[in-house]
Structure formats: C-alpha cells, structure tokens
Design a protein around this ligand. Structure first.
Ligand code: 9MR
Length: 540
C-alpha cells in the first residue's frame, strides 16, 4: 500500500466551534494537510506538529492545529491529494445536541414509570419496577420492608445505588448551579415537573428516590437491587424481588452532600422541598458522625449486584460537611481536607476541593490550598494534552470507565478555567470533548447516536431487548481499557478476547462487553457537564 493512503485523520465527528481552537490527530501521514470546502477549494493548508508517541495506543501521532478554519461549513481533509475524510464540520452551538441527549438519557433510565411515546419516541416502554415494596436485607441490620420508587437505573443493569447516585446527581446539580441562566430555558422534551427547568425536573426524579432510601435514624441504605443481576430483559419484565441492601457511612455522607446542595438549588422553586432536603441532609450527616466506620467493603455472600464498595468515608464526609456549611453557614459543619485528584464514585474529595476554592470568604486558607491543588493538576493536564491524541490520559488512566476518567479530567480543567480565566485550560477541556467524540485511535464517537461512527451494541438491557435497532441515544460507553474482566469463553455473557495489547484500543462494540461497552449514570453526568459547560460558556 502506498504510505499516503494509510494515513488516517482523527477528528471530533460532531464538529468544532467557529471561534475556538481546533485540532485533529494524524497517524502515518507525510506532508501538509489541506482543508477543502464544499466548493472544492483548498481554504487552509497546515503543517502538522512533530509527531509524539502516545503510550496508550503505541502510535506516533501528529497534531494539526486548524483553528484558522473559522467559517461554518462542511470540509474534506486531504494529504498529498488523497481525501482522508469528508465529515469535518464547523458550526456554532456545536455541542447543544450532545448536551440535550446526554441529559435526556437520564429520562430513559427512569424506574417506576412508563416512557410515553410523546417523550420517548420509538423508545417508549412500559414502566419497570413498579412495586414500591422492598425487603430490608439483613445487611441493613434491620428487618421488614420499605417503600422505594423512582430514581434512575444505574447503568446497563436495573440496580439503584446511593453511592453512584451521589456523584452523578452532584455533578448534574453543579452543572445547574454553575450555569443557571443557560439551563433555565434549555429543554429536551421530558414530562413537566411543575415549572422546573428540565435539568432540575430530571434531577428531582432521582432526588425523590434517594429520599426514600433514608431510614428513620438518618442512615441511608447502600443500594436497592435484586440479589443478582437480572437477565437481558426490558425493565417491565424484570420481576426479581428488590431488596434494600447495606447501610453505609460513605453512602450516607454522599446522600447528605447531595441533599444539602439540592436544598439551596431548589429553594427558589419550592421552599417545602428545599426544607425536606435540608432536614434529610442534616439527619444523614449526624448518623454518619455517629457511625463513622459502617463501611460497605464487599457484597454479602448472597448478593452479586454492583458493590460500590468503600473503606474510607472521609472524603464523603468532607464533601457533606462542605455542602452543609455552604448551604447553612453553620461553621460546625466545616471540615478540613482537599485533594489534587480528580473525583470518581469512590473518591469525591475533588468536588469538595472545588467548592472550597470557590468560596474564599468562607474557607480562607483552605480555599487557597484547594485552588493551588486544582491548578497544579490542571497545569499537568494541559501540558499532557499537547501530545499524543491531544487528550490528557496516559496509559494508566485506562481503567473500567476510561471515558468518564477523560470527562472528569475535562471538568477539572474547566474548574481551573473558571478560577483563572486562562484559555489554556478551556482549550484542553475542549480537547477532551474532541477525544470522546472521535479524535481517538478507534476513530469513533463514544456517544450512541452521535457522530459518523458510534457504538451500536452497548451493554444496556433496554437497548438489547427493545427490538429497536438503534441503541437509546445519548449514552457514553465506558470505553477502552485493557482489564478484560468480561473476556472468557466458558461463561454466558463473556466476550471473545478483544484486547489489542494497547490500552486505548482494548474495546469491543458488543453486548457482552460490560467492561468496555456498558453505560452508566456517573459516566453520562460528566459528559453532560463538559458539553453543557462549554455550550453555556459560549452562549452569553
Ligand atoms: O464503575 C464501576 C467500576 O469503577 C468498577 O471497576 C466496576 C466493577 O466493580 O463496577 C463499575 O460499576 C458498575 C456497577 O457496579 C453496577 N452497575 C454497572 C456499573 C458500570 O459497569
């Protein structure tokens, strides 16, 4: 093969904002890159940067800065006269559809209610898990039943887990809190909840469920699931019995943090609801203080659904105390501690760190320390984004859910941008979105239904069993990672080995791949945040 024909250009398949920095990645190319408009004219020619090696894909990659292509339109990309691709788009409000779809997906995950065709279109379905009675598993230390309904299914399974709901709901609440003007009016066709903006209506559906998971003593049950994962059926066909399982310090503090935050955000819409959230937060916090080491370390022997295990609830406590202090002004809730690490479901100190950094008057010296940590991390990220595919992640970041690792790194970069106004952080955050939407060695958008090439067979029970060809749209799949937890020939649900020897290409678009192709609420939330913030920043 002539080397020129082997060249590949990797782009953000959704598009680029006219006034923004724009970059694509090039592998195995030689020569300058021409951008050709719809009329066939070369409107820009760019010499790529020197190639750099990316340890996550084992490739030498050239980055091409084509920011000068500022006119809206559709373009082809040519190297040495060969057309490498013809799907490059420059347009304004570039990511608005992604913002709407990534948040609309939470509606598709709703338990306990039917999805009507006026909202769900061809993905309309019957209600699942309508029986509100759940038995208290003996791991809760209690017996009897509770009433629990609503909320979002966690992922490809139908479990509802407090820890994961915690960071997810938090991330979406923070999106509203950071950009109320933008989200006050943005709509994506979901059922009305009074006069609430769509984002707050969607979040409330899960808050309502979380509130049902609090016991009368203030402690919060760890999760609401069946004993094992259900089969590949629609929600309405999953008749397995539901249990409230475990009661954990970490989950209780996660709950307290979210409720404290919700109480200040919903205050403008409904005082009674805001008060209810605040009371719930305070009770949960008090229980957590009295039960500091009720750790959910692993599932009980008769339970095999997701564990969201945690052996150190200190970060959750700091977040809960921080939110309660911000909401109430009561300094007895103040907690010291901050972190340079990006948050995920198992460690939320990074969220508290950002809150402290932005509440200088309340946190004083702690706020300065928090800010320095965020900027230190973001500087490191911004430097790393100058190499390889232009994404922050080195090979070690490719864990179960690598795409949300990327998204949360993007969110951290935005925090640094808000704190300083420095463009380098904004630019690196946009580059994270580029990666997720196609500028990656798999040459695909990781969001179902969006991009020239996107996942078709996600590990997601409704998408598998609804008899509709296209998966439910707007879902970010977990993404490549070399762990291969789902590889094996013997058991049902396992995949043939799809690993490549490279972290960033160890991925398969098959139903079996829960380790690379599942979806989850805590993965969509930072995507929604990243795309939502970038749109909101530019909407003013
Ligand atoms: O996101 C979780 C990941 O960090 C863990 O490594 C993995 C294995 O414990 O579990 C992931 O969470 C899953 C949860 O336990 C159950 N619902 C699906 C979630 C996404 O795969």
């Amino acid at each position: 093969l002539c080397p020129a024909f082997a060249a590949t250009a990797y782009i953000n398949q959704i598009g680029y904002r006219p006034g923004d920095f724009k970059e694509l990645a090039l592998v195995d190319a030689n020569g300058s890159v021409d951008f050709v408009n719809a009329a066939g004219q070369v409107v820009l020619s760019v010499t790529p940067k020197a190639a750099s090696y990316w340890d996550a894909s084992g490739q030498n990659v050239q980055l091409v800065d084509f920011s000068k292509l500022a006119e809206a339109g559709k373009y082809s990309i040519k190297v040495n006269g060969n057309v490498l691709r013809s799907d490059l788009v420059v347009k304004s409000q570039t990511y608005e559809d992604i913002v709407k779809a990534s948040i609309k997906w939470f509606y598709y995950q709703r338990a306990s209610m039917a999805l009507e065709s006026q909202y769900a279109g061809k993905w309309a379905r019957a209600a699942g898990h309508t029986n509100p009675t759940a038995e208290l598993h003996n791991s809760t230390g209690a017996s009897g039943t509770i009433n629990s309904s609503k909320g979002w299914y966690d992922a490809g399974d139908y479990g509802r887990y407090i820890v994961n709901s915690g960071i997810t709901t938090y991330t979406l609440l923070s999106l509203y809190e950071h950009f109320p003007q933008y989200f006050k009016t943005l709509k994506w066709n979901i059922p009305a909840e009074g006069s609430l903006p769509d984002l707050l209506a969607e979040i409330k559906y899960n808050l309502d469920w979380m509130l049902t998971m609090q016991a009368s003593d203030g402690g919060v049950y760890h999760k609401l699931t069946s004993l094992g994962f259900p089969g590949d059926v629609m929600p309405a066909a999953d008749n397995s019995k539901l249990y409230a399982i475990g009661k954990s310090t970490a989950g209780t503090f996660d709950f307290a943090a979210v409720m404290a935050m919700a109480s200040r955000i919903y205050k403008h819409a409904s005082t009674p609801y805001a008060s209810k959230c605040l009371e719930a937060a305070k009770k949960a916090y008090a229980w957590g203080q009295q039960n500091p080491s009720r750790n959910y370390l692993a599932n009980p022997s008769d339970v095999s659904t997701g564990a969201y295990e945690n052996d150190n609830p200190n970060d959750e406590k700091v977040l809960a105390g921080t939110e309660l202090f911000i909401t109430t002004g009561d300094a007895s809730y103040k907690q010291s501690g901050s972190s340079e690490y990006v948050s995920y479901w198992g460690d939320v100190m990074g969220l508290a760190t950002y809150e402290k950094a932005t509440h200088q008057a309340q946190f004083g010296g702690d706020a300065n320390e928090a800010k320095q940590k965020i900027l230190g991390t973001a500087d490191n990220f911004a430097n790393r984004a100058e190499k390889g595919f232009g994404v922050v992640m080195p090979k070690d970041d490719f864990v179960w859910g690598s795409n949300p690792v990327a998204s949360n790194q993007g969110v951290c970069l935005l925090y640094a941008y808000y704190l300083t106004g420095e463009q380098k952080y904004y630019k690196a955050a946009v580059k994270v979105l580029d990666y997720l939407l196609g500028k990656n060695p798999l040459d695909m958008s990781f969001v179902t239904g969006y991009g020239s090439k996107s996942p078709k067979m996600p590990h997601h029970r409704p998408s598998t069993s609804d008899n509709i060809e296209e998966p439910i749209p707007g879902m970010l799949v977990g993404g490549p990672q070399p762990g291969g937890e789902d590889v094996g020939s013997a058991a049902e649900w396992k995949c043939a080995d799809y690993r490549t020897g490279q972290a960033a290409t160890a991925y398969t678009d098959q139903r079996c791949s829960y380790a690379t192709n599942e979806v989850a609420i805590n993965w969509n939330a930072p995507l929604a945040y990243l795309a939502g913030a970038i749109e909101a920043i530019n909407s003013g």
